[in-house]
Ligand binder design. Sequence first.
Ligand code: BDP
Length: 336
Amino acid sequence: MKAKGFLASAIFMSAILAGCGGSAETETGSGEGKKPSYTFRLADVHPADYPTVVGDEKFAELVEERTDGRIKIEVFPSGQLGDEKAVLEQVQLGAIEFTRISASPLAEFNGDFSVFGLPYVFESDEHMWSFLESEKATELLDGLNQAKMKGLAYYDSGSRSFYSSKELKSMDDLKGLKIRVQQSEINIDFLSALGANATPMPYGEVFSALQTGVIDGAENNLPSFDSANHYQEAPHVLLDHHQRTPEVLLMSDTIWGKLNEEDQKIIKQAAIDSVETQKEEWAKWEEQSEKKMKEEGVTFTEVEDIKPLQDAVKPVVEKYSKDYQDIMDAIEEARP
Ligand code: BDP
């Protein structure tokens, strides 16, 4: 069985390496002035009008403009190229060139990224951004090259809170509930510290798992709760803002290494320049989703005092953060 599995994946791998990945390289101009042209793909799990995809499109537009059309990046929204974990594996191979991804699944590829899964460490969006704009956060992006990825920029993703088909009036109501979480080890420890059962699964499966009752709830920011229709099945929201997990725009390091310096610079700068558009769209969506959810009859309960929660999850934060005290210090320093 094992050998068969290996053979199958070896065939699959060589199919990818043989060029099923979609990047095409040609050369334009002649003689000394020859410049390479490429067509790349960028994967995102969200629908076309979602703020991250608007950011992706802005990035693609800037790259195309600044290379006079030599580098085209085609954005594939709605998880068309696979769930986030599968896409990351393809990015490592260079079979998918770009992706916009949540920082959470990156923890499996680079342990430092689990910092963004630590609960209640950022007190506000302002705190998160002041960290994301620090040197330490740039170092974190750069560290992704060990996992064959090139981190380009952070995008906004607000804060994550719990929601359920069952009434949620306080954190005690979470006890015993099956809650879908992003696929990371930290979330399993975090939920069990709250007395809930973590059920990791890909984002694209959450809606039907809520419908069939496989899970009692999930957790996310409001734009995702809205655009993925989770509110229809889980209309009780408990706003505890437990995680502020940014989005990351990244590229396959294998492909990055094949680009000349001029193109690398253009890509890096275009990613940075697309952040503003994404953040503006994000702010719009946060407001509009909240308004829409209220009109749809979703109930919201704000958790006023997070201190007892911080105490409850302290062992979890300590367990993971001891591996990167320097990052924790930088988060502390970024506190507004
Ligand atoms: C959303 C992120 C998306 C993740 C999703 C999740 O934007 O990248 O796939 O959460 O919960 O907020 O998995």
